[in-house]
Design a binder for this molecule. Sequence first.
Ligand SMILES: [Zn+2]
Length: 269
Amino acid sequence: MPAPSRPVAPLSAGIVVGATVIVRRPQRPFRGVVTRVNDRSVSIRGEDGRRWRVPRSFPMAPAAPGAPLPGPQPRPRIRRPTPPLPGRKEAFRRGAPGGGSRRGQPVVLARRGGRESIRYRNFDALAKISAHPLRKLHAIIDQAAAKCEKTWHWKASGLIFDFAWSTRVMGRSYRCGTGRQTGIRRIALSDLLIGRYDGWSVGRVVMHELCHHYRKETFPHGTSHDRIFCRELGRVDPLVAANRRQCARFRQGEQGKLKGRRAASREES
Ligand SMILES: [Zn+2]
C-alpha cells in the first residue's frame, strides 16, 4: 500500500523561483532570492550569498528588492528551570567530588583501634542536608570498613571520603586498584545518600564502594560488577547474598529511605 502523501503547506502568493522574499527569522530577518521550491521547503540565496533552506511554513513574504528589512522580532520568553547549584552534577563526572568546593580543612577522625584514621572532605557543604552528623557517618563507615577488612583479609588503609552533590549516584570509588601503591583509597558519597537514607543504607553503599577497591586490588581482571565482585560483596552484604540483583545497583526502594525531617532527626539521636 503506498504511503499517504504528506500534506503540502501552502505558500503565500509570489513566492516563486526568482522572486525576492523577506524571511522573518526572529532575530535576524534577511532578504534573498528564491532558487527552488518543493513540497517541503523553499531554497533561498541570501543577499550576502549564503544559501538557506527553510520549511514552507516558515514566515516569509515577497518583497521588492530594496524593501527595508523588519527589525528583530522579540524573542519569546522561555521560562527556564532554576539552574542547578554550581558543580552539582559535574562533581561526580569530573572525578572531583565537591565540584571544586573542597576548600577548608579535611576532618580527620580516628578509626577504632586508634592506629588508622579516615579523612573526610567537603562535609560542611552538605552538613545542612545530611540526615546524619559526621560523627555518626564516621561510626557507620568505620564499622563497614572493619567488617570488609575482616571478611576479605584486606586492609582499607588511607581512606578518604568526599561528600559530593549528585542527583543520581549514591557513591563512587576512585582509582580502584591503585590503593596498594598510593596508600589512598578514595570514595565519594552523595547528598542523595546521606540526605535521604538511613545509616544501614549508608553502610551498604560504603561496603559496595570498598568492594570496588578491594576487588580491583585483589583480582585484577574482570569488570566492575561481575561475578567476582558480586560474590565478594555478598560475603559482607546479606542482601546481595540473597539476591544478586542487589549487587550492581542500590535496589532497596523505600526500605532504607527516610521519610521527611522527623525520620531524619530520629536518625541523629
Ligand atoms: Zn558499583
